[in-house]
Design a protein. Structure first.
Length: 133
C-alpha cells in the first residue's frame, strides 16, 4: 500500500498537464495519506524493535510539501522540478570521464548527442524543428 501510494502520486503528476484540475488534485489525497500514514506506522514499529528505518525524512517531507502545494495551487511539480537535469548532468559527467581527455570537449558533446538521438527518437524531430525555426 505504501508503494502504491508513492507510485500513484508519481503517475498522476506525470500524466497531468502543468496545472491540475480539481479532480486530479483530489486524486492525490488518498495515495498521499496511504503512503505517509504507513511510513509513520512502520517508523514506530521499527523504533520499538530498535531498528530505525533508512533516514528518508527530508525527502518524504519535501514530497509532502509538493503534494500540499499541488493540491492548494494546482501547479504540477513535474513542470518545475530538476530531477531530469540532475540525471542529464550525471550522464554528461560519465561521458566526459570516458572521453580521451576526461573533460567535456567537442568529442564528448558529440557522443552525448549521439546517445540522445539514438535513445530518444522524439529528440531528433524537435532538434530538427529548432534548427529550422
Amino acid at each position: 500500500t505504501m508503494l502504491w501510494g508513492l507510485t500513484s502520486i508519481s503517475r498522476i503528476w506525470r500524466a497531468s498537464p502543468p496545472w491540475l484540475s480539481q479532480a486530479q488534485r483530489r486524486a492525490l489525497l488518498e495515495p498521499r495519506d496511504a503512503f505517509f500514514g504507513l511510513y509513520v506506522s512502520l517508523s514506530l514499529q521499527a523504533a520499538e524493535f530498535e531498528r530505525p528505518l533508512y533516514g528518508m525524512i527530508p525527502k518524504y517531507h519535501m514530497l509532502d510539501h509538493l503534494v500540499r502545494i499541488c493540491c492548494e495551487t494546482g501547479l504540477n511539480p513535474c513542470s518545475f522540478w530538476c530531477f531530469q537535469d540532475e540525471d542529464a548532468m550525471r550522464l554528461c559527467m560519465g561521458i566526459a570521464q570516458h572521453s580521451k581527455q576526461g573533460t567535456v570537449d567537442r568529442f564528448s558533446l558529440n557522443r552525448w548527442c549521439l546517445h540522445v538521438f539514438a535513445t530518444k527518437p522524439d529528440a531528433v524531430a524537435s532538434g530538427r524543428r529548432a534548427l529550422h525555426a
